[in-house]
Write a protein that binds this ligand. Structure first.
Ligand code: SAM
Length: 345
């Protein structure tokens, strides 16, 4: 033999499957945009669905077969029905449906696709990228309600209610609380705690609708404003900030000092966010989630330890961090929960 084969390789870590990951997303996206998941009040054949949607019958069947392969549908003798997973997360009738949020998230990934990434790497970010526009946050708040309701709100509320001081809390502030689903979940496990959600005006309007939906008007109020620039109030015994401090990495000392001042002596701050290692290479899912905004010139990732350091600098007497990896918060990667305590004197 002129040449020997090399030994079998070390395993490609899924590399050879990667081009098909994009196909999976296109498949779900096509199904969401065509309204496929609205149609399954009863089991259907591909032919019936194609007739209803006005799509080509053979390719409709290929789509349905592939959705079945992805765990969204079950097929028996040519008849399709939705799985419990798809009923929960993809059926627009479900209050845990995350379809609109998945489509919204494409706003961040789209500039990377179909050659966009190489342009960003070669040329750098475009001049006018801006993640902080209020109407984007308003839309983001609306589409994030079901995602929070699907588990993130309950997980964060679980961390809050596990705090030793929880039963003694009477007045809390949710900074950048979005549509308020997490605040509702926290208050649901406390008999009398009251909450102020500080948000941008348009997001406050979304929050007010949700507060009314849960009949929490007497316990949750909104405070319309910019928490960097406007007063956030004082006299709180608990402040929570979930995935919102990232925009102010460069002003963190100022922001932490403001939060510290707003808390009563003995008060508690709980922050949830991502937390990257020192080399910014792990957790993998967080690194990949942040890649798009980073390439667009808006790197908002936190290094692990950054927030805890800023908390101590502001005067908090202790910090405690734990990492939570749960599939219902998966888009962000594992979540860092950081608890800081203000001294009593
Ligand atoms: C990623 S969302 C998180 C929402 C919610 N805390 C959650 O975890 O679902 C970030 C929120 O922070 C709000 N936000 C960002 N900067 C703010 C500021 N300076 N003042 C008030 N709200 C702000 C945005 O409007 C947005 O709703």
């Amino acid at each position: 033999m002129k040449k020997m084969l090399p030994p079998k390789g070390p395993g490609d870590n899924g590399l050879s499957l990667l081009p098909y990951e994009a196909v999976k997303w296109e498949l779900i996206k096509a199904a969401l945009e065509l309204g496929v998941f609205n149609q399954f009040d009863e089991p259907l054949t591909a032919g019936t669905l194609a007739e209803r949607l006005g799509t080509q019958p053979e390719n409709t069947e290929f789509m349905l077969n592939s959705l079945t392969a992805m765990g969204c549908l079950k097929k028996c003798k040519g008849v399709f029905e939705m799985t419990p997973m798809a009923r929960a997360y993809l059926d627009p009738a479900s209050e845990q449906c995350i379809g609109p949020m998945l489509l919204f998230m494409e706003r961040w990934t789209k500039p990377m696709m179909n050659g966009g990434m190489i342009n960003l790497i070669c040329d750098g970010p475009p001049p006018a990228a801006n993640a902080g526009r209020e109407e984007i946050w308003e839309q983001g708040a609306r589409v994030s309600i079901n995602n929070a309701r699907a588990g993130r709100a309950q997980i964060i509320a679980g961390h809050v209610s596990a705090l030793a001081e929880f039963s003694s809390f009477s007045n809390m502030l949710d900074l950048g609380g979005g549509p308020g689903m997490i605040a509702v979940a926290v208050l649901a496990s406390h008999p009398s705690l009251k909450c102020t959600i500080m948000e941008q005006p348009a997001v406050c309007r979304e929050a007010e609708e949700l507060i009314a939906e849960y009949g929490m008007e007497s316990r949750i109020k909104t405070l319309s404003g910019d928490y960097m620039e406007d007063p956030m109030g004082e006299g709180f015994d608990f402040i929570m900030a979930n995935y919102t401090l990232n925009f102010y990495r460069d002003r963190m000392d100022e922001l932490m000092a403001k939060i510290y001042k707003a808390l009563n002596p003995g008060g508690v701050l709980l922050v949830t966010s991502d937390g990257l290692n020192e080399e910014k290479t792990a957790p993998a899912q967080s690194v990949i989630t942040w890649l798009s905004t980073a390439l667009l010139g808006m790197d908002m990732s936190f290094d692990r330890g950054f927030l805890a350091d800023a908390m101590i600098k502001a005067g908090f007497i202790s910090t405690q961090s734990s990492m939570v990896a749960d599939l219902t918060i998966a888009a962000h990667g594992p979540m860092d929960v950081i608890v800081a305590r203000k001294g009593r004197n």
